[in-house]
Design a binder for this molecule. Structure first.
Ligand SMILES: Nc1ncnc2c1ncn2[C@@H]1O[C@H](COP(=O)(O)OP(=O)(O)OP(=O)(O)O)[C@@H](O)[C@H]1O
Ligand SMILES: [Mg+2]
Length: 278
């Protein structure tokens, strides 16, 4: 099965020399990691995703922005089967994600994607290192010493080596979120999905999490980031996607989209969020 054949060329975002730093450092590759074709989602009779076409390529960093209730979380959750889409097709690295799949059938597809939530979702009864190595041990059946070595490497990466043996309750929100990122990385996923990873944090803790995310982006991680952090969207992402009422209204180069939005809805949204940042 080759999902790339089913995608129109219009969906392919050209690389431009005027792109963001992330593009300059790590060229987006052709390999398609996530592909959604005409995806619809209903909750009861509420139509929350409407014919969404969405594609993420290897090493691409996509910022998903839009008003509250527009369907950002739902779209992200459909990508790893946490929500079942009603119609349309989703492929993760070429593998069809059928909404009728059982949890067991979903498992190998899910492990291709690491998810970071607003509220961290760490296991409270496990230490930091245990949180990080749980999935590699259980899902990947990685030998314990190898998992420990990986866990230590990832904790060093997010700057938390000294916290390896403490429980999450002893961590600040920013530290918890960095552990959650290390935990997502431990499965060596093809892409990382972030759902407002800094929204639950005190303002002074936002920077440390964004820094880790920025480093990941510059290293060439493939990322989809639902965020209200417009600086991150503008300066770090390769592409910004604006979604409103379950529809992708506009997407493109971050600098261009922020400077010159083509659609009135995008313009109004940006004016509103940027004015609250000023
Ligand atoms: N489990 C559910 N059952 C019913 N309706 C839901 C459910 N989850 C989400 N919705 C509805 O679907 C719509 C999209 O919700 P979603 O959480 O995806 O929005 P969002 O863009 O992530 O918003 P926010 O910025 O507030 O997080 C909303 O109208 C929401 O009320
Ligand atoms: Mg949401």
């Amino acid at each position: 099965m080759d999902s790339e054949q089913t995608i129109s060329n219009e969906a392919i975002i050209p690389l431009t020399t005027s792109g963001s730093l992330s593009q300059a450092a790590n060229g987006v590759e052709d390999e398609v990691i996530i592909s959604a074709i005409k995806v619809n989602k209903y909750f009861g009779d509420k139509h929350v995703l409407r014919d969404v076409d969405f594609e993420v390529r290897k090493k691409e960093v996509v910022a998903l922005i839009g008003p509250s209730g527009s369907g950002k979380s739902t779209l992200l959750r459909c990508f790893n089967g946490l929500e079942k889409h009603t119609s349309g097709e989703i492929y993760i690295h070429g593998h069809l994600l059928d909404p009728r799949f059982s949890v067991k059938q979903l498992s190998p597809i899910r492990s291709e994607l690491g998810m970071v939530f607003q509220n961290f979702n760490l296991f409270p009864h496990m230490t930091v290192i245990q949180n990080v190595i749980e999935a590699p041990l259980l899902v990947r059946k990685m030998p314990k010493d190898q998992a420990m070595a990986l866990g230590e490497k990832l904790l060093a990466k997010v700057g938390l080596s000294e916290k390896r043996d403490v429980y999450p309750s002893r961590l600040s929100g920013g530290q918890k979120q960095r552990v959650a990122i290390a935990r997502a990385l431990a499965m060596q996923p093809r892409a990382l999905l972030f759902d407002e990873p800094t929204s639950a944090l005190d303002p002074e803790l936002v920077g440390e999490v964004l820094k880790v995310m920025r480093d990941l982006a510059y290293e060439g991680s493939t990322m989809v980031v639902v965020t209200h952090e417009m600086q991150f969207a503008r300066n770090v992402s390769d592409r910004v996607v604006f979604i409103s009422d379950g529809t992708i209204v506009e997407q493109g180069d971050p600098q261009e989209l922020f400077k010159q939005p083509k659609h009135e809805r995008t313009k109004l949204f940006l004016e509103r969020v940027l004015s609250t940042m000023a």
